[in-house]
Ligand binder design. Structure first.
Ligand SMILES: [Zn+2]
Length: 432
């Protein structure tokens, strides 16, 4: 098993060689939905899966690469036992995404594809079959970079593909439908609808992912068991004050929109700090048409608020918005807020989470639990089946969505061992 980490490091480099031209020139990795670099990455993943010894490797209607390693009882390619066996044999699904953000890292998403491929290679080497089918889905799109559709790939599996996305255009005016057709996909809604999985056939969904944060790194811990994927709300806020002369208006007689927005940002920070696991971020702020000698009359800013559970998130959002109103009225400005996104928390299925805990313990690592601040494909699968995630420590203080994203070979080995232990755990203690 010691070479699995090395294999994963090599495979990561193999996938990272395909980057979009403008970025490739600068030695940066950008792989967005259905671009030539993305299609080459998909081909490379397919050959990795075939080399590993999957029984079936195919591309589905949204560009996901799906590999299946058949259970012992359904593995024979001939004979009448298949029909009987498929009625009872369930499937464990895993997977993650292979698209990247612009100038992203090599492990975000891809690690969760390469670890299970290494596991299948290991099972093949041991000439072993599991008592359940093992399905590895390499999601084509998660980052929402080329089109403004998030989780379109995992959403297709849960029946959440929005038909209007097909007509959405990228920055060059290419619709998703024609991008799909150019990539050899049908670009047809009826084919996409067919991808919806029947939860009855599944044990559940597990996903390994680089943490994308500093918690494991700072704690000196290689693996983390995820308890919940955070709930989130995003909003665009607008403060309207009065633009006035910066020289002649006394400090006590101003209605400064930017200062109100600044005070609201600091308040949001303070409020989030009161909770365990809540975060609030103002990532964008602008004074439209602002001048050096004019008191800001208007200020636009974004608010991103997340918490491990829906109730905690709702309380966080309600408090921040109420306090924003009182700051605004004290300062004599108007505060308006439009919600642009609301996602429910995805708490891990406890039984599946406990399997990860046992798996981590069995490879000699401490069981460390944490919640996920970032969204993941598991969040989508959560809507139809039990799910639980494993986090792998990132180096460089866990930086991600950045070329400095890194993992160690040792951690990749440990993560693969833990994944194998999880497969064994489901084998020896089937779900009742
Ligand atoms: Zn990711």
């Amino acid at each position: 098993m010691s070479s699995n980490g090395q294999k994963i490091m090599e495979w990561s480099e193999r996938l990272a060689q395909y980057s979009e031209p403008h970025w490739a020139e600068k030695n940066q990795l950008t792989c967005t939905y259905l671009t030539p670099a993305h299609l080459q990455t998909a081909r490379e993943i397919k050959s990795l899966m075939n080399e590993a010894g999957f029984d079936e490797v195919s591309t589905d209607a949204v560009g996901n690469i799906v590999g299946v390693y058949r259970a012992a009882s359904s593995s024979s390619s001939s004979g009448s036992s298949i029909a009987d066996a498929t009625a009872t044999v369930k499937t464990l699904m895993t997977g993650s995404h292979y698209d990247t953000v612009r100038n992203g890292g090599k492990y975000d998403g891809r690690l969760g594809i390469l670890i299970p491929i290494a596991c299948v290679a290991e099972l093949v080497r041991q000439q072993r079959r599991l008592s359940y089918d093992f399905e590895v889905v390499c999601f084509s799109e998660e980052e929402g970079q080329r089109f403004r559709a998030t989780f379109l790939a995992s959403g297709a599996l849960t029946g959440d593909f929005d038909p209007s996305w097909l007509d959405q255009q990228d920055a060059e005016g290419v619709t998703m439908r024609s991008a799909m057709q150019a990539a050899g996909l049908p670009g047809d809604l009826t084919e996409i609808i067919k991808l919806k999985r029947d939860p009855e056939k599944y044990i559940g969904f597990v996903e390994a992912h680089i943490e994308q944060g500093p918690v494991l790194f700072e704690g000196g811990i290689a693996l983390g068991v995820v308890t919940s994927i955070n709930a989130g709300v995003r909003a665009i806020c607008k403060v309207t004050g009065t633009a006035a002369h910066a020289g002649t208006t006394p400090m006590t007689m101003r209605e400064d929109a930017l200062l109100a927005a600044a005070e609201i940002s600091l308040m949001a920070e303070k409020r989030a700090l009161q909770d365990e696991g809540s975060v609030a971020t103002v990532g964008q702020m602008q004074v439209p048409g602002g001048s050096i000698n004019v008191i800001p009359g208007e200020c636009l800013f974004s608010l991103d608020m997340r918490a491990p559970f829906d109730g905690q998130r709702d309380a966080l959002v309600a408090d921040i918005l109420a306090q924003a109103q009182s700051i605004a009225s004290r300062r004599g400005v108007k505060f308006e807020c439009t919600e642009t996104m609301r996602a429910s928390a995805a708490p891990s299925n406890l039984k599946l989470q406990e399997r990860w805990e046992r798996a981590v313990k069995s490879v000699g690592q401490p069981v460390f639990k944490l919640n996920s601040g970032a969204g993941h494909d598991a969040m989508k699968l959560h809507t139809i089946m039990p799910q639980a995630m494993l986090f792998v420590r990132g180096g460089n203080r866990g930086i991600s969505h950045n070329p400095m994203e890194i993992i160690s070979q040792e951690d990749a080995t440990l993560a693969t061992q833990a994944f194998m232990a999880l497969l064994d755990d489901i084998e020896t203690h089937p779900f009742s």
